[in-house]
Ligand binder design. Sequence first.
Ligand SMILES: Nc1ncnc2c1ncn2[C@@H]1O[C@H](COP(=O)(O)OP(=O)(O)OP(=O)(O)O)[C@@H](O)[C@H]1O
Ligand SMILES: O=P(O)(O)OC[C@H]1O[C@H](OP(=O)(O)OP(=O)(O)O)[C@H](O)[C@@H]1O
Ligand SMILES: [Mg+2]
Length: 280
Amino acid sequence: MLRVAVPNKGALSEAASSMLAEAGYRQRRDSRELVLVDPENEIEFFFLRPRDIAVYVGSGTLDVGITGRDLFLDAQVKAEELMQLGFGASTFRFAGPVGDFDALEQLEGKRLATSYEGLLKDYLAERGITASVVRLDGAVESSVRLGVADAIADVVETGNTLRAAGMEIFGDPILQSEAVLIGRAGEAPVGLDVLLRRLQGVLVARQYVMMDYDVRKDLVDAAAALTPGLESPTVSPLRDSEWVAVRSMVRRNQTNRIMDELYELGARAILVSTIHACRI
Ligand SMILES: Nc1ncnc2c1ncn2[C@@H]1O[C@H](COP(=O)(O)OP(=O)(O)OP(=O)(O)O)[C@@H](O)[C@H]1O
Ligand SMILES: O=P(O)(O)OC[C@H]1O[C@H](OP(=O)(O)OP(=O)(O)O)[C@H](O)[C@@H]1O
Ligand SMILES: [Mg+2]
């Protein structure tokens, strides 16, 4: 059985479980369940803290796991990113009291609080900055006001937490993070190819819609240029031999722009439907 680690709590937990459910796997009903076996799909899910998932995968105890890129890099384990999962996006950034800092170099000799010690130390070392790193478990934004640090490096999503603490970001983003599937380099465990294809199918089904329309035969090349699809659009004859029906996959976030352009071109009966599942 393929052994998969899944976040049990926190920012990534719900989205990870719903992605796996969408990929056709059993998911737990009770958030206290720690292990779930899905014998039909020959897979076993272990619900763990996302920070620990990299450790289990890196040691080879579990085959693959879902965690944040920032947590994975922070753990400094022997594993690699196998797939980006399209949720849990965040940015890891420096922040300090409003007006105190505006460049990275000003951190020289300062005290920096973070929950991501490994990630931060690597980043500072690569840039030749010597600062002392204070490792905290959470609520890092309070550390400056409470006097244990001069600045922080932390996950920023909306920036609301920073503002409430009287802080502002400075410097370039340290890292763009999102949820990723991680695994060990080398020979792929049995069943991993199926998991990857299924997750890829969920990503595509979420990112694309199916678009159908009718268009006059002489306009089909122009229409196909707007909706090239993945390989090539399907063009089918209609009873009226002057017209054809076209079917193509279109990026969800482009749907309305493309419908407008097709309509302008002369296409009619433009229909959009969601893709429930797919294998590309
Ligand atoms: N708004 C957010 N706050 C915290 N982490 C976020 C946010 N958005 C995305 N993430 C990502 O979620 C992961 C952190 O997961 P974690 O389980 O620690 O979440 P959490 O909600 O902060 O949980 P905890 O309450 O234990 O701190 C990181 O990969 C982080 O980049
Ligand atoms: O930019 P924002 O949208 O405000 O989100 C970012 C904040 O959310 C997270 O904290 P969390 O709620 O996980 O608490 P924690 O610091 O105890 O982990 C993170 O550590 C930041 O503090
Ligand atoms: Mg947190």
